[in-house]
Design a protein around this ligand. Structure first.
Ligand code: SF4
Length: 62
């Protein structure tokens, strides 16, 4: 398992951008993004999602 990310859902605006950048993100039933602990997700895709999130609410967990 690679590095994990965390979505601070209190700040997420549900724009879905991260889900388009990286398959490890999905929009949950509350309309906010969540990180799925999937194997084989490229760290650079996660970093791209972190860099492009308009709410700056994704961070690395480890
Ligand atoms: S890019 Fe950021 S604000 Fe948009 S859905 Fe993902 S975590 Fe939420």
């Amino acid at each position: 398992m690679g590095r994990q990310a965390y979505v601070h859902q209190e700040d997420c605006v549900g724009c879905e951008l991260c889900t388009k950048i990286c398959t490890a993100f999905q929009i949950g039933s509350n309309g906010k993004a969540e990180f799925l602990a999937k194997p084989n997700v490229a760290e650079n895709e996660i970093q791209d999602a972190i860099n492009n999130c308009p709410a700056q609410c994704i961070t690395w967990k480890n």
